[in-house]
Design a protein around this ligand. Sequence first.
Ligand code: AMP
Ligand code: MG
Length: 337
Amino acid sequence: MREKQRGLALGAAALLALAAALYFLPRGAGRETRRYEAVWYDLFDTVTTLRGYAAGEAAFEQEAGRIHDALLEYHRLCDIYNDYPGLVNLKSVNDGAGGAPLRADPRLLDLLELCRSMYEDSGGAVDVTMGAVLALWHTARENETPPDPAALVEAAKHGGFAFLEMDAEAMTLRLTDAGARLDVGAVAKGWAAARVMEHAPEGYLLSVGGNVCASGPKPGGAAWVVALENPDGGWLHTLELTRGSVVTSGDYQRFFLGPDGTRYHHIIDPETLQPARRWRAVSVLHPDSGVADALSTALFVLDRPAGEALVERRGGAALWVAPDGEEYRTEGFLTVS
Ligand code: AMP
Ligand code: MG
């Protein structure tokens, strides 16, 4: 969660940019709403944008403030690099590995339950308990040098949900293995976006680093139009979203190039412990952005039959972009261009 994303200047303080562009007059309604926008750089180490229709700037700012502050709470809970006074977060759980259970925020237990269920359903393709392996890749991206294969194998021995004890009644978390580490980077952005947007009025669209989540249509019922990135730059498709989420995992988001041009990106296949090579990008549509986020990572690792079966079980739709540029999609993944 502390990784600097290429090309983005990430500030510590929130930067709230409000654009008061008049955009829409609601059909038949006596009251005018305008479209506003806010951009934040202090959440989940990525750029977050919120667009929404409100009766005035004050109303939008109030809603934006609530959404920002709630996302910041989720960010802090999921942070594995920073301590916050009085807060038990995932860094606390990681630091306490091999020690006593820690009483944690029930929301963290909910997140980890979702992660466990996605781990089981994906046959281990999305595994937030392989934090020790992911930490080696994190350092590798910073140094632009691939990790030592023997170190990866050693780190992988400390992964697996068998090492995570969750007690829902006592609300405690404990990693039973001193070398075990959690990293929820594959699920947290979408999960937080979904939880926060559950309470938003209709007509808001949130993008947390490309994890896009809509609270409902624009005034008058029009859908939001969301663009999907082409892994080689530009846009691939646009799609209409009124409610729910679309999330993309791609090899172009965080990576470095080896001397021979090999792309060492950030989605790691738990079987090979190397960057997954089947796809360039996978986008998932799902009503719950947390599930969409976990699915996009899982599908990026899995082959197509396994991915299709998983997305069908979970009630979503998916679009795969193969290394040769071929695209595959499930029936429900409709694009407008
Ligand atoms: P996403 O962009 O949602 O696909 O998530 C990628 C992030 O999740 C990476 O930056 C890693 O922190 C983490 N990650 C990478 N591979 C996996 C995996 N197979 N299972 C769980 N987390 C992963
Ligand atoms: Mg994901």
